[in-house]
Design a binder for this molecule. Structure first.
Ligand code: ADP
Length: 270
């Protein structure tokens, strides 16, 4: 992918005015002794919209799962502003089995089972909350469809609705743009922008540098260690990107403009 210009979508959040939604200190996560995340420290402020970038295997999914409390970590500390129920999760699409016969509304309602209680039948108010969550992600028309019929981008939006129905104030999304077409990416990004304007905090991993640098307030560059965290301008530096992608990074300069290309597949020894 190429980048030609770098203009942030909107003014960057004033971090001093907002409390931390997620505070990660000296986090190390190992699988069988190998560090997938190594001594990572950063904060995501309430209302922030942050993209995590890094090559395959950089630890992006691991970081998201650690924040969600889905895996154990060896050292460090993770603090979230609310309890874990305030974190909504949109997993990678391959982590989800969509072949069971339930409707979109049922899936969104399932996310609220903890609040409603497993044995109580959902009330009219519960269904209203589900429908209003579907409306916020532009999925009202699909409420009675089987989830198996949905496209990849629509499934991501159903997961977001599920999080909204359980009153999440922070969304963590793992590669939501992968495997979805350009139109669906745009629809999803529009939904995320709107939710962010409504005050939701968004932390999302992506391979799409164009989106990360053009549509997010801050970019977190991860390769086991935290390479950089800052505004798109601060992180869009060839030395930072070279630390991230090694020989996969191709950068060239035309006057003031730097364009980069990351070849995710073409480098056997980097
Ligand atoms: P990313 O999301 O950036 O591609 P991951 O967090 O999936 O990175 O993986 C980081 C590293 O941890 C990789 O080397 C990966 O092979 C390893 N890893 C991820 N999950 C497991 C697991 N369940 N068991 C062992 N190793 C894992």
């Amino acid at each position: 992918m190429t980048l030609t210009t770098l203009i942030p979508a909107r003014p960057v959040t004033n971090h001093n005015a907002h409390p931390a939604a997620i505070d990660v200190r000296n986090l190390t996560v190992r699988y069988n002794g190998d560090a997938a995340i190594d001594d990572v420290t950063f904060r995501v402020m309430a209302g922030d919209k942050v993209a995590i970038i890094g090559p395959n295997g950089a630890g992006k999914s691991t970081l998201i799962k650690a924040i969600l409390g889905l895996l154990r970590y060896q050292s460090g500390q993770i603090t979230v502003a609310g309890d874990l129920a305030t974190l909504g999760y949109v997993p990678q699409h391959e982590d989800v089995n969509w072949n069971f016969p339930v409707t979109v509304r049922d899936v969104v309602m399932m996310g609220s089972a903890r609040q409603i209680g497993w044995l109580r039948r959902p009330s009219r108010a519960d269904w209203q909350r589900v429908d209003s969550a579907l409306e916020r992600v532009d999925m009202t028309a699909y409420g009675r469809r089987q989830v198996g019929e949905l496209s990849g981008g629509q499934r991501r939006r159903v997961f977001i609705a599920r999080a909204l129905a359980q009153n999440a104030d922070t969304l963590l999304l793992d590669e939501p743009f992968s495997g979805v077409d350009v139109r669906a990416q745009a629809d999803l990004m529009n939904v995320l922008d709107r939710l962010n304007s409504d005050g939701l905090t968004i932390l999302l991993s992506t391979h799409d540098l164009d989106l990360a640098f053009h549509r997010f307030d801050r970019v977190l560059a991860l390769r086991q260690r935290l390479i950089a965290l800052g505004t798109p301008q601060e992180v869009y530096q060839t030395d930072i990107l070279a630390q991230l992608y090694g020989k996969r990074l191709v950068a060239w300069h035309e006057g003031e403009t730097v364009s980069v290309f990351v070849d995710e597949h073409g480098c056997a020894d980097c």
